[in-house]
Design a protein around this ligand. Sequence first.
Ligand SMILES: NC(=O)c1ccc[n+]([C@@H]2O[C@H](COP(=O)([O-])OP(=O)(O)OC[C@H]3O[C@@H](n4cnc5c(N)ncnc54)[C@H](O)[C@@H]3O)[C@@H](O)[C@H]2O)c1
Length: 229
Amino acid sequence: MKVVITGGGGMLGWKLARALLARGELTGVDGKPAKISRLVLFDTAFPPKLPADPRLEAVSGDIAAPGALAGIVTPETQSIFHLASVVSAGAEADFDLGWRVNLEGTRSLLELARKCAQPPRLVFTSSVAAFGGELPAVLDDSTTPNPQTSYGAQKVCCEYLITDYTRKGIHRRPQPAPAHHRGASWQAQPGGFVLRQRRAARAAERRGLGMPGGAGHLRVAALAQALRG
Ligand SMILES: NC(=O)c1ccc[n+]([C@@H]2O[C@H](COP(=O)([O-])OP(=O)(O)OC[C@H]3O[C@@H](n4cnc5c(N)ncnc54)[C@H](O)[C@@H]3O)[C@@H](O)[C@H]2O)c1
């Protein structure tokens, strides 16, 4: 199966790529494990020494540039990890860049996902920046997003975009994996699944999957494990 990681040269994307190469398989669109035959990383830049693995391909480009993803998300793509983003302070410092990459880049990706032979499985990394203002001690699925930054607003917009595209069957959510769904890695929303980090990290830590003392961080292995289902 072909897997795509946008932001595959970034901190989490590159760790995820190595974890997937080491594991060698992922759940396919039919819900069954399948060997990863191609892993395509898309980013503006990559670590200097990529391993010589015949499954691995690294493509440089700007996700928001017209047609940039055309040869990346091709009809046989079964899994997409969408991590490319102008993160936090960057999106705050450059308003236009943040909206262009974070929202328009995501929309371009989703439009290509429509052309896949079968709706691919999509993982999107949202952020605790989706929340703001007066917050309860524990955030759960009923906590209303109230972003206070451009980055947070962009993540929330993408969550709604993805939810609606999922509702229309354009891509599919990862199949239920009970050990992880209930408060671990995935936030279930009607028709969509969004990774919300703080909640995920707390639950993952309780299961020994999180990084010690790393509130707000989730082991890449836990992310990969959550996709097994
Ligand atoms: N690390 C965290 O604590 C954290 C917390 C919440 C959410 N996230 C989300 O997880 C994802 C990965 O985060 P990370 O920590 O690895 O950040 P990162 O900055 O290392 O990775 C993001 C990648 O996106 C790439 N990118 C930026 N603009 C691009 C463009 N125009 N075209 C293609 N690629 C582009 C960057 O080059 C970078 O490699 C992001 O979506 C981020 O918002 C991360």
